[in-house]
Structures are given as C-alpha cells and as structure tokens.
Design a protein around this ligand. Structure first.
Ligand SMILES: Cc1cc2nc3c(=O)[nH]c(=O)nc-3n(C[C@H](O)[C@H](O)[C@H](O)COP(=O)(O)OP(=O)(O)OC[C@H]3O[C@@H](n4cnc5c(N)ncnc54)[C@H](O)[C@@H]3O)c2cc1C
Length: 392
C-alpha cells in the first residue's frame, strides 16, 4: 500500500506499539494524544505482560526499542499466590524464569516512555480528538477540540475505554460497570519496608482477602533500570463493592488522596500486621480510585477507513491482566494487515475479523476471572439485561 498515511488517536500501549510497527515498515503515521505530555496518569502502575504481549512486541518493535523495553522492565517475578487476611497461604503457583531478558511486568510510565523511543516526530501531545468524517475521496478528516484538523487514508481509534472514535463509529456499543471499585497506591520499597515485607510480595502477584468482599493485591516493581523520577515500589490495589468499602461512588470519587488511602487503612484493620505496616507505609499521594468496566459483546461492523484497537473496542476488567496484552496483539495484527499489501479495505476487514475473534475470548475469560476473584455476577448483553439493575 504505497504512500499509505495513517492517523492514530491515543498514545497508550496499543497506539504506540502500532506506530512503532508502521514506522518500521515505512508507513507514514501520526499519533495524536490528548495528554499534554508523556507524564503518568492515574491508570495503574504495574502491567503484567504475558506470552501474547511478548510475541506482539517482538513482531512490531525494532531491536533498539525492544532493548529499551527490556532494560526498563521489572526483574521478572515467579509467583502467583493467594492468602487470607491473616496471611495464611490459600494457593500458590510458580513460574520459573530462565531467560535473563524475560519481561513479564513493566511500570506503565517507563513502558510508555520506552515505546516512544524514536517517535518524537510521530507523537503529537495536546491534541484531543473530537470527531471525524469519512470523505468522498477515500480520505478521513479528523477534528480536534481546539479546532485543528488533519486528514489520512486510515484513522485508528486507540483512545482507550472511553473512546470517542468508538462512540462515533459504534454508538450502540455497551460498556458496563461490573460493580467493583479499586483504590490503587504505591508503597516505596525503602530499606525499612524491604526488611518487613513478606517475601512472597516481592516475588510476584499476591492477593489477600478477608472473606467479606474486600481484597488487596500486592505486586512488586523492581526495576532493572529505574526511571529518574522514582525507584522500586510495591503496587497495592484494594478492591470491593461500594458496600464492602463503606463508601458510595459519590463519596469515594470525591475524596482527596490522603482520605482515599484512609479507606484502605480502615478496610485492612484487623488484617495481618505485615499488611497493615505496608499499607501504613504507602505514598498516599499515589492513591486513586477506579471503577472496573467491561464490554459484554463485540459485534462486527461494516469495514470502512476507520478502525479500532485495544480498550477502545474491547474494554475488559483487569482480572485476567490481559487488556494491555490484547492491545499489543491488536497492534501486531493491524501492522501486518496494513503492511501486507492488497486492497486496503480488505486488509482492514481481515484485521477486524481476527482482532474481534481473539478479543471475544479474552473478554469472556476476564469476566469469568472477575466473577471468581470478586464474587461478581458476569454482566449480560444489553438486549437481555434488565436495565433497572444496571449500575450508574
Ligand atoms: C489499574 C489497571 C491495571 C491494569 N493492569 C493490567 C495488567 O497487568 N496487564 C494488562 O495486560 N492490562 C492491564 N490493564 C489494562 C491496560 O491498562 C489496558 O488494557 C491498556 O492500557 C489498553 O491500551 P490502549 O492503548 O488500548 O489504551 P490506553 O493505554 O488507555 O491508551 C489510550 C490513550 O488514548 C488517549 N486518549 C483518550 N481519549 C482521547 C482523545 N479524545 N483524543 C486523544 N487522545 C485520547 C489517552 O489519554 C491514552 O493515552 C490494567 C488497567 C488498569 C486500569
């Protein structure tokens, strides 16, 4: 597809991986991101990467960029374990790591920065997408909040769970609240904390639950090469329904960061002293709340010159640790489709078919895991749902 010009909305995990793949294949691509710069946002701290994500990165990233991802990744963990709130082990799975370059977890900010290697002229921050028009000449006009416009042969919406590109392309697409709230935070791994933290928490992803609907996950970020801004830390995620957390959404989402962390301190009262000490040692400025959301179905649409990838088309709960991995998988599929020759719309149709087939299975798995982990009832598609029971 000689001379193909692609515009990507969203410089997240999927949009940046796609841009790397397209640039490596000589495709002209521009990425437009609404954030003013590549600073971290409240979107989580540690991302688990699995074999699917790893294969996709190997496919799309040039050696130099892949090298930056490996250097800035976490030392790989080898444990998945569950405990009760008194730290009695309930289950344990180990994953021996033999490859010194293995990457199975990254810090989101360090990862984003590594994925931007070499893309200085490609990624344009401070551009909030608002709308597009498919023009008669086969081009797509893209419009931004400040009135600027641009055109391209293909527009890719990689703009995350609240995607405006999707809202325009698939206005009936449904994203539901699965009823669980999370409070995220970080515990800096100072010498004092390292001396007291349970060994397992430094080896991998550990989840403790008190049997009353409240749970807390702990996962280490032990850098190979830390960013200049901060060092090793333990990610903490406290979960529960609004009832289990003792706060309505209106209350929870209005709390300042210190008060928000007090919800975690209060919710882990009576838990094992090591857990309470960790919670007390958190950097409360790192606390933020999120609502867990998921799509319930992904139906094919009539292929045009606008397509979607990542959370924009398959938002899912983090219960399977698969959202970013699936976005990377999409990026590799779309790179192959756009760079493989043949007619553009046929290539996009092939991409959409494969992407949807894969994503449907991952979303279903993530809903099943969320039901097991949080005791939620898997949501049913809108057509069959009793709307009166939908959360706001
Ligand atoms: C707390 C948490 C923990 C998670 N842990 C994991 C994990 O361990 N493993 C895993 O695989 N997944 C995990 N996920 C899921 C993962 O973060 C997402 O699936 C992944 O980031 C999706 O990538 P994406 O590129 O589709 O979207 P994003 O990474 O969300 O990127 C979307 C980008 O689009 C930009 N944007 C949005 N709207 C506009 C607009 N109008 N104009 C311009 N730009 C716009 C956003 O600013 C953002 O930069 C987690 C998610 C959360 C919330």
């Amino acid at each position: 597809m000689d001379g193909l010009e692609v515009v990507v909305v969203g410089a997240g995990v999927g949009g940046l991986a796609l841009a790397q793949g397209l640039v490596a294949n000589g495709v002209r691509v521009r990425v437009y991101e609404r954030d003013p710069g590549p600073r971290q946002r409240d979107q989580g701290y540690r991302i688990h990467l699995d074999a699917t994500g790893g294969r996709a990165l190997a496919e799309v990233l040039p050696a130099e960029v892949r090298g930056r991802v490996v250097e800035t990744a976490c030392h790989p963990g080898d444990l998945l374990a569950g405990f009760d709130s008194g730290l009695t082990p309930l289950f344990e799975q180990t994953f021996p790591v033999t490859d010194p370059d293995a990457v199975n977890a990254v810090d989101r900010f360090a990862f984003r920065r590594a994925l931007m290697t070499g893309l200085d002229d490609v990624v344009h921050f401070g551009h909030e997408f608002v709308d597009y028009t498919e023009m008669g000449d086969g081009r797509v006009e893209v419009r931004f909040a400040d009135g600027r416009t641009t055109t391209a042969d293909v527009l890719v919406g990689a703009d995350g769970v609240g995607s405006r590109v999707r809202a325009r392309l698939l206005p009936d697409f449904e994203v539901v609240d699965i009823g669980i709230r999370c409070v995220y935070g970080k515990v800096p791994l100072t010498d004092a904390v390292r001396a007291r933290v349970p060994d397992a928490f430094l080896r991998g992803f550990c989840f403790a639950s008190d049997g009353s609907g409240r749970g807390a996950a702990f996962a280490p970020v032990l850098f190979r090469e830390p960013p200049a801004e901060y060092g090793d830390y333990l990610m903490v995620v406290f979960t529960g329904t609004p009832e289990a957390l003792g706060h309505s959404d209106d209350e929870l989402f209005a709390l300042d960061r210190d008060a928000l962390w007090q919800v975690v301190v209060a919710g882990t009262e009576g838990w094992h002293p090591s857990i309470r000490e960790l919670v007390a040692a958190a950097d409360t400025a790192s606390a933020f709340p999120i609502t867990l959301r998921s799509c319930t179905r992904i139906d094919p649409w009539r292929t045009g010159r606008v397509t979607l990838l990542g959370d924009a088309i398959h938002p899912m709960t983090p219960a399977a640790g698969a959202g970013a991995n699936t976005a990377l998988h999409d990026a590799a599929l779309l790179t192959a489709a756009l760079c493989g020759g043949g007619r553009l719309v046929e290539a996009l149709a092939r991409y959409e078919q494969e992407m949807i087939g894969h994503a449907k299975e991952v979303v279903a798995d993530s809903l099943r895991r969320a039901a097991r982990l949080f005791g939620t009832t898997p949501p049913v598609p809108a057509a069959a749902a009793d709307r009166s029971t939908d959360a706001p």
